[in-house]
Design a protein around this ligand. Structure first.
Ligand code: NI
Length: 250
């Protein structure tokens, strides 16, 4: 069940049975020679949609621009400053709370978002913690889960790509997007076959170190079949983890 494809009355009815929602969160940034700019948003979106279709979980609209200042040397990348992203996440959560949601599960697709998502959580929790009576009157739980850290997923990636998985523009994430959008499959030769590794700093430094955008990866291994396996496994793991989270166990 997807929020943006539901009516207000359907969301009201959903809230009678569950106070939980999954919000995919990602980035719009370069993903190497054969990866889509939307990769980090598409991956959590398609996994959450699959879980939502199978398990009836409500999935919110995708928060699809994140912290990508280091990718700004590549055309098409969009970025938020950390302070802007914290403010936007604050208002998303405030809106959901207003309607009665208590368990908000952020399924993330971009490593560069992690620090800022956690900072946003601290900002949001501070409202309750700083109340004079310290009562935290409205129950609220937030969770960050990176899709590749869902139980079993990294093992599956390592099995699929023993060489050249890397950390940016990886064959696993590109495979997920190819499964979601088969018309987007691209056949591009990588040179060098496996990209260099190194630290991430600002946009100019990144472009110098990683000229085609990849870090440590060979995404020419990406294919639709792997993407399908990854989405199905991740969606199953997400549904289980979300269930525990809403039951206040996770
Ligand atoms: Ni990515």
């Amino acid at each position: 069940m997807q929020l943006h494809q539901s009516t207000w009355a359907e969301v009201e009815a959903y809230l009678e049975g569950s106070k939980g929602i999954v919000v995919p969160i990602g980035s719009t940034e370069q993903h190497g020679p054969n990866g889509l700019l939307g990769t980090d948003a598409i991956c959590p979106e398609v996994i959450a949609k699959h879980a939502g279709d199978e398990s009836g979980i409500l999935v919110g609209p995708t928060f699809n621009v994140g912290i990508a200042q280091h990718h700004m040397g590549f055309k098409g990348t969009l970025t938020l400053r950390p302070s802007t992203m914290i403010a936007a996440m604050y208002d998303w959560v405030a809106s959901l709370r207003r309607h009665g949601f208590e368990s908000i599960y952020w399924l993330n697709g971009h490593g560069g978002n992690i620090a800022t998502i956690n900072a946003a959580f601290a900002e949001i929790y501070s409202d309750g913690s700083l109340e004079l009576d310290g009562s935290n009157a409205v129950p609220l739980k937030l969770k960050l889960m990176n899709w590749w850290e869902l139980p079993g997923i990294m093992k599956l990636c390592e099995k699929m790509y023993p060489k050249g998985h890397g950390s940016h523009a990886t064959p696993s994430e590109v495979s997920v997007t190819y499964y979601a959008y088969p018309d987007a499959v691209k056949d591009v030769e990588m040179s060098p076959k496996i990209a260099p590794v190194g630290p991430i700093r600002d946009a100019a430094d990144y472009r110098r170190r990683f000229p085609d955008g990849r870090i440590g990866s060979d995404p020419s291994q990406a294919n639709i079949e792997d993407g399908e396996k990854l989405v199905k496994a991740a969606a199953k793991a997400l549904a289980q983890d979300f269930g525990k989270f809403c039951a206040r166990e996770g």
